[in-house]
Design a binder for this molecule. Structure first.
Ligand code: NDP
Ligand code: OXD
Length: 310
């Protein structure tokens, strides 16, 4: 039976998702408008909390998040505590992040800015870089995205370490867990990627102490959240050579104010929270499967855990 899914996304996504919904069976997408009769609608799709919306839905069973990171919904007084929040996990989002991580790791591995600077000066300046297997690379966050990115980097020959909260074993990724393991995980890394969720424990984790544990001249890639990064520590690490370059996709706040020093820093490559996006058809398909599980009494997958904060 077709289920109604209330779509409370930004205006620019309305037409895209309405189109995509036509390709996904068993879901009727209902665009949110303020005077809508909300009775009988059990499922809500949103990214940022809409003030007062979820508490005013008498039959609400679950909130689906458009994205993988749910910190805005978890921290919102507009999301009733007892309503499950379901994170987005779908192949388009994972594939996009794998692509972004690979793109940026190769950029740092090949020190592409040196070639760009040489070209700008009309210089023929071949430079040396080590083999991928001599470039220790680490991923903070070994979840849906971190694991997929790590496996791709292994396939390219990088020696990959991964750090998570719970202990894991993996055939090719060297796994570390918890704060006790963090120094060993970081020790001597040349490229560090952050794919953590933003929680009270992970806020500010990309700081001077952490940078000081990497190999001098290491690179940073942050596609987690802007709140992970202590911005002044990054600028100091880039100017004292502890870090050579950074790729940043996420900021605090977003959009980043136009007078922020990151915009013009020669060793910071920025993308506008665009590392990866949910594919509308893939995302609605994932939600349709989750709703089918709920209707059959199987429960939702990828429910955010309020105690863990992600
Ligand atoms: P998951 O929940 O699948 O993975 C999170 C990982 O982080 C898990 O391995 C988890 O450990 C680990 N982790 C969480 N807290 C800690 C901690 N305190 N110490 C050590 N490890 C910790 O999330 P996803 O992989 O789906 O997404 C990760 C994040 O990526 C999102 O929360 C979002 O912030 C960001 N993101 C950014 C996008 C972009 O375009 N820039 C797009 C999509 C997501 P464990 O495995 O033990 O639970
Ligand atoms: C995110 C996303 O969490 O886009 O950033 O999925």
């Amino acid at each position: 039976m077709t289920q109604k899914l209330l779509f409370a996304g930004a205006d620019e996504y309305q037409a895209i998702f309405a189109d995509a919904a036509r390709a996904v069976p068993n879901i009727t997408l209902v665009p949110y408008k303020p005077d809508l009769d909300l009775r009988g609608i059990r499922y809500l799709l949103m990214w940022r909390p809409v003030p007062g919306l979820a508490p005013s839905m008498p039959d609400l069973k679950a909130i689906f998040c458009f994205g993988a990171g749910v910190e805005r919904l978890l921290g919102s007084p507009d999301v009733p505590y007892h309503i499950p929040i379901v994170r987005m996990v779908e192949p388009g989002l994972t594939g996009g992040m794998v692509e972004y991580v690979l793109w940026q790791v190769l950029r740092h591995h090949r020190r592409i800015w040196e070639l760009e600077e040489a070209q700008a000066q009309g210089k023929w300046a071949p430079h040396w870089y080590p083999a991928a297997w001599d470039r220790p690379t680490g991923i903070l966050g070994l979840g849906e995205l971190g694991l997929a990115a790590g496996e791709k980097l292994c396939a390219f020959g990088f020696p990959v370490r991964g750090w998570s909260r719970s202990r894991k074993n993996h055939a090719t990724i060297q796994c570390y867990a918890g704060m006790d393991d963090l120094p060993a995980f970081l020790d001597g890394l040349e490229i560090l990627i952050c794919l953590l969720p933003l929680t009270p424990e992970t806020r500010g984790i990309l700081n001077a102490d952490l940078f000081g544990r990497l190999k001098p001249g290491a690179s940073l890639i942050n596609a987690g959240r802007g709140g992970h990064l202590v911005e002044s520590d990054l600028l100091a690490a880039l100017s004292n050579g502890q870090l050579i370059a950074a790729s940043l996709d996420v900021f605090s706040p977003e959009p980043l104010p136009s007078d922020h020093p990151f915009w013009v820093h020669p060793r910071i490559f920025m993308t506008p929270h665009n590392a990866s996006d949910t594919d509308p058809i893939g995302g609605l398909g994932a939600i349709a499967r989750q709703i089918a599980r709920d209707v059959q009494g199987e429960g939702f997958e990828h429910v955010a855990d309020r105690a863990r904060g992600y």
